[in-house]
Design a protein around this ligand. Structure first.
Ligand code: HEC
Length: 252
């Protein structure tokens, strides 16, 4: 049987804060809340071999799933994802309930279709055949919000900020060109954000020592530019040119 799963489609252009993921999740999770989260709890037992949710949840064979609905794929702190999962997140996959429902049919097939790469591989070897089961478990997951990370004041891991300069514990990238591009900012603490930035806008993530900032012409562009930056700095993109030939504030 051949199965085609359309890639989750949404636009990240023009959505300016981390709230975009939450907003998408709210829209698409809303009809699903009518699904039985209670029933989903029972179905989640089959996920528990690898995943945890709730207050004391930790990464096991699979990542913690608190806050997964509304979150970019492949970014749970401290979990080592497959390259395919990280790539999907970088190219814009955000888990809303609908995407989870499709993913659970067959994670590998989903990822191959999403990345348009027949060799993509995910680390999750588990499938849920029944559509009702998939919907209910997604509704159950939507009830677990992201972990509280506000113990210390300052930026929360993974938060987006549109400040001009990076504070300590942050890496930022600013679009100092006259055109919008797709930027990524990653910290060594596992935080990672991808966003299209109009001219002059800045994207920041948390980082303890170093981070990597990248820019791509668009979400389907394969070649862009990357720079390794120290925490506390804002790297500015001065001029875009692919194959790592961009002009940055630190190399010009
Ligand atoms: C046998 C272990 C295993 C089982 C059972 C399992 N998963 Fe996973 N899951 C994983 C692994 C490993 C990953 C990371 C995949 C990767 O990096 O490619 C993952 C990833 C995910 C992700 C993406 C998370 C992210 O942060 O991007 C979701 C959503 C998910 N699983 C949901 C579920 C649900 C819901 C169930 C139960 C119906 C389930 N999984 C059952 C191992 C499992």
């Amino acid at each position: 049987m051949t199965q085609t799963i359309p890639p989750a489609s949404f636009s990240i252009t023009g959505l300016k804060t981390v709230g975009f993921a939450a907003a998408i999740a709210m829209f698409s999770a809303a009809p699903l809340l009518a699904q039985s989260a209670e029933r989903g709890e029972k179905i989640f037992k089959s996920c528990k071999a690898c995943h945890q949710v709730g207050d004391k949840a930790r990464n096991r064979t699979g990542p913690v799933l608190n806050g997964v609905i509304g979150r970019q794929a492949g970014v749970a702190e401290g979990f080592r994802y497959s390259k395919s999962m990280r790539d999907a997140g970088l190219s814009g996959l955000v888990w809303d309930a609908e995407a989870v429902v499709k993913y659970l049919v067959n994670p590998t097939t989903y990822m191959r279709s999403y990345l348009d790469n027949p060799r993509a591989k995910v680390k999750m070897a588990f499938r849920l055949v029944s559509e009702d089961d998939r919907r209910d478990v997604a509704a159950y997951l939507a009830g677990f919000s992201a972990p509280e990370q506000a113990e210390e004041p300052g930026m929360q891991p993974g938060a987006v900020q549109t400040a001009l300069a990076a504070g300590p514990g942050m890496v930022c990238v600013q679009n100092a060109t006259a055109k919008p591009y797709l930027f990524a900012s990653e910290g060594d603490d596992g935080s990672r954000l991808v966003q299209s930035l109009p001219p002059q806008d800045t994207l920041c993530t948390t980082a303890s020592v170093t981070g990597i900032v990248s820019v791509f012409e668009s979400s389907d562009a394969l070649e862009g530019c990357s720079r390794i930056v120290t925490a506390g700095t804002t790297e500015q993109l001065l001029k875009y040119a692919d194959f790592d030939r961009c002009a940055w504030s630190s190399n010009s």
